[in-house]
Structure formats: structure tokens, C-alpha cells
Design a protein around this ligand. Structure first.
Ligand SMILES: N[C@@H](CCC(=O)N[C@@H](CS)C(=O)NCC(=O)O)C(=O)O
Length: 389
């Protein structure tokens, strides 16, 4: 299907999402930088409720509707589909070190950055008024303040319900601050010299970072204030990631291509090392629960869903791990294993020289343990549900 339309299309795509949404931010930025024509619609749009969401069997956003009327939920699936259809400019570097680094940044930024939730929901005084009105506006775009507050509060209560799954207890608040500031400081240093993670062209690593760094951290009042104060270059990167131009005025003479010689800048290595230190235990523990789940069901036929209750992104149970020396008990995101799996599959298929280059980069980033996670059986997605392949 994708090949037939390679590089062109007859009408705009529709992106169903919201400005306050983590995963919509990543996708909007991708569509703009790729020059893919699209219109944006809210989940309150009648077509979303009546056609798009039922067809996708998902209430999550974003959902992309193609000009031919196909619907895709899940940013990884959306990007995979669009990269085949619109290969130019690429969002994936073709060389092994840069591609592995881009995958790793996207993996953790999309699946592991609890700081985004923390800075939205644990700073109620500066944030809540803005955030509830934003959520309210997704439901009643032209509603009165009263209506926005009413609907916004319903969603806010739902999002606050994710608290146990995230496991951010007050003892972990200083750790969240440390993580946010480490990310800001590392990227601030990076964007002094380089417009995007790997040179003059954004990659899935950049788009992955737009999830947390735009919708929550770069837009909600309190974390936005911190970003502008501490890391103005990061703020400018966020701003520029939402424009269709690839070249920014600050980097007018940087070629719009990935860095030569498969270079991965030290700052990106540093970012990935931090990401892996903080997140590898969660992936390992989640894989452990997945294996236990498999062992309890030795004869599962291919295509069996992971959730018995039709959850699209099921939790496999609580896990207790260590985060920067503190205990944290949180949910185990099976969906994140599926996202990790595609990097593992890509690595496994590399020719020996490329594999050696990727392994050496992984070692320098502290990613070897994360990339040694194995899955008892491969995961797949069927009808937007996680399943055993
Ligand atoms: N894996 C999905 C996650 C999408 C997702 O969780 N989106 C959030 C909004 S940013 C959502 O719709 N949440 C609804 C919910 O948690 O029920 C993706 O990459 O698109």
C-alpha cells in the first residue's frame, strides 16, 4: 500500500490530536519537517468520534488518517508508514552509529521520560489552570470558560489516575528535577554547535524528544519557565521543530544533512548514557515479567493478545527498580518492549562491519545492557493491540 503512493499523495493527511498531547507533538513536528501536507483536527471532531476512532479501535491520540481513508494509531507505526511513503528527507540516518543513536533517543524519550508527567501534574498551582483549559478545549474547542473547566477537570482526573503507574512519589521529586536539568544542560550544550541531534537534518531522535519537550515541558507554564531560564537554546530548538523549515536562522550555513563519517556528537552520547542508566532497569524488569507471563502460557498461538481485557498498551504488573539510588515502584510498559524490539531486530540484521560499529557506539553510550534484553517471543501489534507474534 505504501509503495504505490511513494513520494506523493492526492490530498492532505489528517492528524487527529491536540496541542497538549505528548505524542501529537512528536508527530506534528515530523509532518511539518517532512513537508507532508496535513490538516489537524481535535478528538472532539465529529469524524474522529464517528469514523476514525472506531476504525482504529483506539481512543488514543494521535491518529493519522491517510488521504485514502486508512487510519493509523501509534507514533512508531505512523512514522514507519510515512517513512516508506515519503523517504525524502529521511528521518532515519542510514549509517549504523547515527541510526542506533536516533533509535535509542526516540525509545527513551517516547517511552521513558516520566519527568514530562511530573512537571505537568505535580505543579498544580502554576500549571493546572492552563492545562485543564487546554484539555477542555480539545473537547469543546469554542466552549465557555465554565465548559472548558468542566471537561478539563474530567481529563485531569483521568491523567492524575496514571499516578500509581508512574510511581513518582514525593521522595522522587528531586530526582525528577535532576533528570530534567541534566537533559536541559546536555541539550543546551549540544544546540550551541549543532541544530539537530545529528547535524543539519532532524531525525526520529529529535522527533521523539518533541513528545516531552514540547507538549509538556516546553508549553506548560512551570517547566516552560524553567526551560527558558536554564536552556534558551533548547527552547529555540523546540520552537523551530514546529516550523516547516529545516534550516534555522542561527544555523544558516549548516548543510541540511546528517553529520559526515557517521559521527555521533559527544553530547548525544552523554544524553543516551543518562537515558540508559535511568531506564535500563525498567526494560529489564518488564522483560522479566513478560517472560514469566509467557512461561505461564507455554502453548499460546501466534496472534494471542497480551491483555485479557482488551487494553491496547497493557501493564504486566508492578515493578520495583532503582532510579538514581532511589527505589521506585511503577507499572511495566509492555508497549515499550515492542518499540525496543524493532531496534533489536534492526541490529540483528546488520552486516558484520556495521554491527561492530553499532556495538562500539552502544558500549560507549552504556547501552549494551539495554540492547541485551531479549524477548521470550517476539511482540507484534494486531488491530492496535499488543500480541505475541
Ligand atoms: N504508543 C502511543 C501512545 C499514544 C498515547 O498514549 N497518547 C496519549 C495522549 S499524548 C493518549 O491518548 N492517552 C489516552 C489515555 O491514556 O487514555 C503512540 O506512540 O502514539
Amino acid at each position: 500500500m505504501a509503495e504505490r503512493f511513494r513520494g506523493h499523495c492526492d490530498g492532505p493527511f489528517a492528524l487527529y490530536g491536540a496541542y497538549a498531547s505528548f505524542y501529537t507533538g512528536k508527530t506534528r513536528s515530523y509532518l511539518r519537517k517532512k513537508g507532508i501536507p496535513f490538516v489537524e483536527r481535535l478528538p472532539s471532531h465529529p469524524r474522529f468520534r464517528e469514523e476514525v476512532s472506531p476504525a482504529a479501535r483506539s481512543k488514543r491520540i494521535p491518529i493519522l488518517e491517510t488521504p485514502e481513508g486508512h487510519v493509523i494509531q501509534d507514533t512508531t507505526a505512523i512514522f514507519d508508514y510515512l517513512e516508506r511513503r515519503f523517504p525524502d528527507p529521511p528521518a532515519l540516518p542510514s549509517t549504523p552509529r547515527q541510526r542506533l543513536a536516533a533509535y535509542l533517543v526516540d525509545l527513551v524519550a517516547s517511552e521513558g521520560l516520566k519527568v514530562a508527567w511530573h512537571y505537568r501534574w505535580n505543579f498544580k498551582e502554576p500549571n493546572l489552570h492552563f492545562v485543564t483549559r487546554e484539555f477542555g478545549r480539545s473537547f469543546k474547542p469554542r466552549g465557555s470558560d465554565e465548559l472548558l473547566d468542566h471537561y478539563g477537570n474530567v481529563v485531569a482526573a483521568q491523567m492524575d489516575g496514571h499516578r500509581p503507574r508512574l510511581g513518582i512519589t514525593p521522595e522522587l521529586y528531586p530526582v525528577m528535577e535532576e533528570i530534567y536539568f541534566d537533559i536541559l544542560d546536555t541539550l543546551e550544550a549540544h544546540f550551541t554547535e549543532t541544530p539537530y541531534l545529528f547535524g543539519g537534518l532532524p531525525s526520529v531522535g529529535d522527533f521523539g524528544l518533541m513528545g516531552p519537550l514540547f507538549a509538556h515541558l516546553g508549553r506548560d507554564p512551570w517547566p516552560l519557565h524553567l526551560m527558558q531560564k536554564r536552556a534558551p537554546r533548547v527552547f529555540r530548538w523546540v520552537e523551530h521543530m514546529n516550523t516547516p523549515e529545516i534550516q534555522s536562522p542561527e544555523f544558516w550555513d549548516t548543510p541540511m544533512s546528517y553529520l559526515a563519517d557517521d559521527e555521533v556528537p559527544d553530547t548525544v552520547v552523554r544524553l543516551i548514557r543518562m537515558f540508559c542508566q535511568d531506564n535500563t532497569p525498567i526494560f529489564q524488569a518488564t522483560a522479566g515479567l513478560y517472560h514469566a507471563w509467557m512461561e505461564a502460557r507455554p502453548d499460546l498461538p501466534a496472534g494471542s493478545l497480551i491483555s485479557d481485557v482488551d487494553e491496547d498498551q497493557p501493564n504486566l504488573g508492578p515493578i520495583t527498580t532503582s532510579l538514581r539510588g532511589h527505589r521506585i515502584t511503577a507499572g511495566s510498559p509492555a508497549h515499550a518492549l515492542w518499540v525496543l524490539q524493532r531496534t533489536l531486530d534492526w541490529l540483528a540484521a546488520l552486516p558484520p562491519d556495521d554491527r561492530a560499529a553499532a556495538d562500539a557506539l552502544a558500549a560507549s553510550c552504556g547501552a549494551t545492557d539495554l540492547l541485551s534484553v531479549t524477548l521470550a517471543r517476539p511482540l507484534t501489534r494486531i488491530g492496535n493491540r499488543l500480541a505475541v507474534a
